[in-house]
Design a protein around this ligand. Structure first.
Ligand code: BG6
Ligand code: MG
Length: 212
């Protein structure tokens, strides 16, 4: 086997919470009178909560203190977490579920590498709370993607070197993070045509062909 471990990004790869992120940020931006649309929301993929807020505040004529920014991020997160309660096992597609089970059967170590501090809540909602061999997320890093820290930690948690792991990503920031950490990257969606992507995927299940 060319790889021993596979490190999956969560949002946009295993499941989709972008709409909830969008709605929660939009509610905050509207309250503050700041212009925000889906195109700006696309720039938030893979980016940490505070870094996302900074992107939104680029359109604000007012500059806010660190304390105010932390309160805004907490306000958005509270709205977002309420929306996460709507998620269930139905938010995990049959394709993703079957592919993960098959990869486990083939003997790969499976880990999560996500910038989200809500990773464990989301995995619990979609019925994957106990599935992965390791979880590296926004709670154990100080630098968010495109910094490779979250993937390096994931590799460490499954006792593997970066060159023995494949990262699966949908965001350009994540594909760059994989590259900077010395990982090969399978890219889906936006990341499928990123310069840092080793294997472009049309479908999640294409992983089964790459990892034969
Ligand atoms: C990533 C998302 O998974 O998590 C980003 O792609 C999000 O859009 C980031 O900003 C942080 O999420 P959270 O749950 O910690 O606010
Ligand atoms: Mg993602």
């Amino acid at each position: 086997m060319k790889y021993k471990g596979i490190i999956f990004d969560l949002d946009g790869v295993i499941c989709f919470t972008d709409e909830y992120h969008y709605l929660a940020w939009k509610a905050l931006a509207d309250r503050l009178g700041i212009y925000f649309d889906r195109q700006i929301n696309n720039r938030l993929r893979g980016v940490s909560r505070m870094a996302s807020l900074e992107i939104i505040l680029e359109n604000s004529p007012i500059s806010y203190s660190q304390q105010e920014k932390e309160a805004f991020a907490a306000e958005k997160n509270e709205m977002y977490r309420k929306m996460l309660l709507n998620m269930s096992e139905d938010d995990l597609s049959q394709e993703v579920r079957d592919t993960l089970v098959e990869l486990r059967k083939r003997g790969y170590l499976l880990a999560i590498g996500s910038s989200s501090r809500n990773t464990r809540t989301i995995l619990g909602q979609i019925g994957l709370g106990d599935f992965f061999d390791a979880i590296s997320d926004g709670t154990n890093i100080t630098h968010s993607k495109p910094d490779p820290e979250v993937f390096l930690k994931a590799a460490e948690f499954i006792d593997q070197k970066p060159q023995d792991c494949l990262v699966v990503e949908d965001a350009s920031s994540g594909a760059e993070a994989a590259f900077r950490g010395g990982f090969d990257c399978a890219g889906i969606g936006e990341a499928s045509h990123d310069i840092h992507t080793t294997y472009p995927l049309e479908h999640f299940s294409d992983l089964l062909t790459i990892l034969e």
